[in-house]
Write a protein of this length. Sequence first.
Length: 481
Amino acid sequence: MSQHVRRETTPQTIPPGGTPAPERTDAPDGRRLGLTLGMLVLPMYVALGAPSVALPAIGRALAVPFGATAWILAAWSLTSALAMPVAGRLLVRWSPFQVLVAGVVALAAGSALAGAGPTLSVVIVGRLIGGAGAGATVIAVFAAATALPGRQRIRALGIIAAAAATASGCGTLMGGAVTTWLGWRAVLAIPVLALPLLLAAWPSRRALTRSGGGERNGSAGRLDIVGAAVLSVLAGSLITLLQAHSVGLPAPVTLVVVAAGALAAVSLWWRVRSTPDGFVPRRVIASRGFLAAGLIGGTVFAGYYGVLFRAPSLIEQATGGGPLEAGVLLVPAAACSVLAGRLVGTLTDRFAGWQVSAGLAALTVVGVLVVAIFAGPIPIVVGTALTVCGFAGAQAVLVSLAPDLVAADDRDTAQGLLNFMTALGGGIGPAAVAGLSGIVPVPVALAMLAALPLAGLVLSLTRRPSADRRPEPDATRGSPR
């Protein structure tokens, strides 16, 4: 890609408006590659939906409070988020297929450990490892998809987003069935199935190798360990504090976590300023619309995963049934992801990115409030379906937008950081609901959760993230320190 990028004077839609560049005739077909990549993400997103149904059984089996089981979801989201920027930097040296293999191996190993864990602590360690593998796998998948030209890219991303949302939503059905017939340990081990799926995708490895990576001279250099460490501490502190009350964290430990988080925040600010080409490159986060896009995605993901954490237990309480019944009732909600994935391409052809993201955030707000306000299984399913649409659509739109917000050399780094922010939101949602539920009634906790996607809606309307200005590849570039 050229080292000089023409600046537009008006906001663009997604894909960028104006006269489109001719698509490469040798590029992989977006639909075919999207199906291959969508198949690979299925076990990862099942690992988010399926355990949500099994949490009551896990709490009873391990003799821990239900609020503490939120760590099973939050731990996965946390390390998944943290692994994404790391994987983005690894793509400077490795092909997407190499990162994919490493991610799938960690995903399977961690999930096997979680399924065999005798205590909640061991289960959480396994989920931390599995989540890291999932994060690396997601970045490899998106690196291959976003390298496609024009409409092929949004087509592939729409298929991947539909697969992700369907898996996470239908994961409740699978989780309910597996919990009922095989037990909760089998539910946590489901992502091990990623290994045979990787073998099934082996014939497409050339497309994965050829599609990803982008330009290799951008954020190259050694990995900024200090930057990665302070970002990890900051994210972990935030998740821990949100659940401090629900897990009965002692006051002295809470104060230590607060101090660690504050120190990490200051250190991260200093690191960004002093190391322009570090783990969080200043030029990337300073790109117009980039932080807004990440925050919007994070708030939408928080709303979706917060509802996904509570919806199965609320359905069980309303119907008096078990995990299988809850999973069956949530299937229609999961099916909405397919519709959202198909519509997102049409919407982004007609509307600007900020308009689409605003609509998706609004859907998520309404969905969270429906679950919070109305009792009974039908409102819960309807509300969950709305948040599923927001999740599936936002993932496709914002991931497609990320490469156009930054210089070509920074594409993989930007993709990792954007996915970090969205996945971190996925960890914040369940943690916030679990923490608040120990202080206020569950409906109030869910209503308070709606403030997050509402903030995303406001950001969409005020900051309007669009690919209308992109920095020059060499602008503000520093040297790794």
